[in-house]
Design a protein around this ligand. Sequence first.
Ligand code: PAF
Length: 283
Amino acid sequence: MQIITSKEALTLALKNRANIGFVPTMGNLHAGHIHLVSLAKQHADFIVVSIFVNPLQFAASEDLTNYPRTLEADYDKLKVAGVDIVFVPGVTELYPDFDGKNLNQTITVMPSSVADRLCGATRPGHFAGVATVLAKLFNIIQPQVAVFGKKDFQQLFIIKEMVKQLHYPIQIVAAEIVREPNGLAMSSRNGYLSETARTSAHLLSQTLQEIVNAIKDGNVDFGNLENQAAQQLTTQGWIVDYISICAADSLMPATLNDKNLVLLAAAKIDRTRLIDNIEFCAK
Ligand code: PAF
């Protein structure tokens, strides 16, 4: 496995390579990321993983500096997973005009208004940051296939829109959520959870499953189901950002005519913001 930090070296290493599978990450890898790699291997012959903690997708109030960086452990996992190249650029490699303080000079990719809802409502600019760094990485790596996890459902939705609307010749493959035995969706952020928070972190996925069961049993009062679930989590110590039943193909609030639904949530337990979702068919 080659570890490459410059665009030039990467371009050289990828010259004449066909069928490249790409898995972008911010590092601090867990079983969910390794699942993305194995899925990439099913679709492509040569696998590139990037590790880059993208400053553009963090708001000033968010903890970019303390985002967990575990490069050596990540390399070990990727080697075992059979990755060919790990691309680990520095900030100025991807943002040449970054002056060390602000990124105001950078050209950004502006996603559609879907990016302003759900997670985007409390994280303005986040998805523009994601789309921008992916546009850069897609241009540098030129993969045939790129793999993303469904845990970040809204991110995946926006990436699919970007690839379609900007005409990237890339197949986007979506990987199912990998969960802990208690249902907690795997995430690098789980590492922030205190011992106490860990014992109640599974309540988010449990609550979502209860809503899905209720809808499948015929309860279609979506607003009431969302409010009750939010109240339930709040009494258990969570700060709920949103719980939203949406149409899976638009990410707009679901109506009774929608059949393919996705229930999405974001909430904080003990200062750690977790997201989760369940896709399902209405009865
Ligand atoms: O999902 C992530 O880890 C990041 O948002 C991504 C896609 C690697 C872009 O920085």
